[in-house]
Design a protein around this ligand. Sequence first.
Ligand SMILES: Nc1nc2c(c(=O)[nH]1)N=C([C@H](O)[C@@H](O)CO)CN2
Length: 122
Amino acid sequence: MDKVFIQDLNVETLIGLYPWEQQVKQPMVINLELGWDMRKAAATGDLQYTLNYAEVVERVHRFCREHQHILLESFSDDLARILIQQFNVPWLKLAVGKTTTITAARQVGIEIERSAGDYASK
Ligand SMILES: Nc1nc2c(c(=O)[nH]1)N=C([C@H](O)[C@@H](O)CO)CN2
């Protein structure tokens, strides 16, 4: 499958178990791979047939501004559902890393893969 990727997107959001984490936005790094059939865009040269990565980036930033989560797992599953449903993406891989939580590690985080069928009746 063809893929659009977004690497090392820097975002800030309210996330975490601890009270301080629910008061202060934390930096995170997001990596995304999004499945997309690019043949029509390639044949026509028309942006309307692409998965426009600029629009995806803007949607991710809006999600980070508008939502608060306890766990990375909840953040990731909610974001995956929104991207799959809003952009008609058949499949995605999403990795989310906290960059300041564990000082001995460059990043800690999780990675998920989801398909449109995972959210079909929700
Ligand atoms: N798998 C996870 N582990 C942890 C999470 C998480 O969201 N998913 N969160 C925390 C705390 O919020 C962390 O930021 C404090 O160190 C711990 N482990």
